[in-house]
Design a protein around this ligand. Structure first.
Ligand code: SF4
Length: 208
């Protein structure tokens, strides 16, 4: 493969259009999508922590995109986007901007999305020193290893710092926690599904 060629990404593959019965069943429901940027997927597990409570919600909610499939583009439009993780590379920026453009309401889920979280521990050190420590000056580097910092057109370039989502695009709501409590995610989903204003009770966002 030459540097000008690139592989087709999963979100660029042709999608199978849903059949008429599926389209009819989805009408009137709110649509949500979730995506993971620079995080550990722990927040995605919190969404799964809604457990069986999510089943009745599916009468009112259609999940268009899920972090579990990691398809980074939304077809058409979505009512609510849930974003896990901060912004640490150029692909994260593109994905977040796409979600902002295609979601009415965009929600930062978890510490990484809200303020950078664990990945932002690299911010005070500086990108050059981080890369050197990881790839060229690592104490565990074998003596005869080539000292190379990976650079390839298909590897997204890292940003100078890890940014919280709201420093890249406008975010509408924030669910704190590392990870947030499953009850907090459920409270937001339940309000949205029933057309209520989103109202996170303090009882599910306190950690002391
Ligand atoms: Fe993982 Fe915590 Fe970041 Fe969520 S907030 S992605 S659980 S490190």
């Amino acid at each position: 493969m030459t540097s000008k060629e690139r592989r087709l990404l999963s979100h660029e593959l042709p999608a199978t259009p849903p059949d008429a019965a599926t389209v009819a069943a989805r009408s009137g429901k709110i649509t949500i999508s979730t995506i993971s940027l620079c995080g550990c997927w722990g927040c995605t597990l919190s969404i799964l922590d809604c457990d069986e409570r999510i089943v009745p919600l599916l009468d009112k909610v259609t999940i268009v995109r899920s972090s579990l499939t990691d398809i980074k583009r939304i077809p058409g439009h979505c009512d609510i986007g849930f974003v896990e993780g901060g912004v640490a590379n150029e692909e994260n920026i593109e994905t977040l901007e796409h979600f902002r453009e295609h979601c009415d309401i965009l929600i930062s889920v978890g510490a990484c999305a809200c303020w950078g979280g664990i990945p932002s521990l690299r911010n005070p050190i500086g990108l050059a020193e981080c890369l050197a420590t990881a790839f060229t000056e690592s104490p565990t580097l074998p003596k005869d290893a080539r000292k190379v910092i990976p650079l390839h057109p298909e590897i997204p370039r890292l940003t100078d710092k890890v940014y919280p989502c709201h420093e890249v695009v406008a975010m509408d709501y924030f669910i704190p926690g590392c990870p947030p409590d499953g009850d907090a995610v459920f409270a937001v989903l339940d309000d949205a599904a029933h057309g209520r204003p989103l109202n996170l009770p303090r009882s599910v966002t306190r950690f002391d």
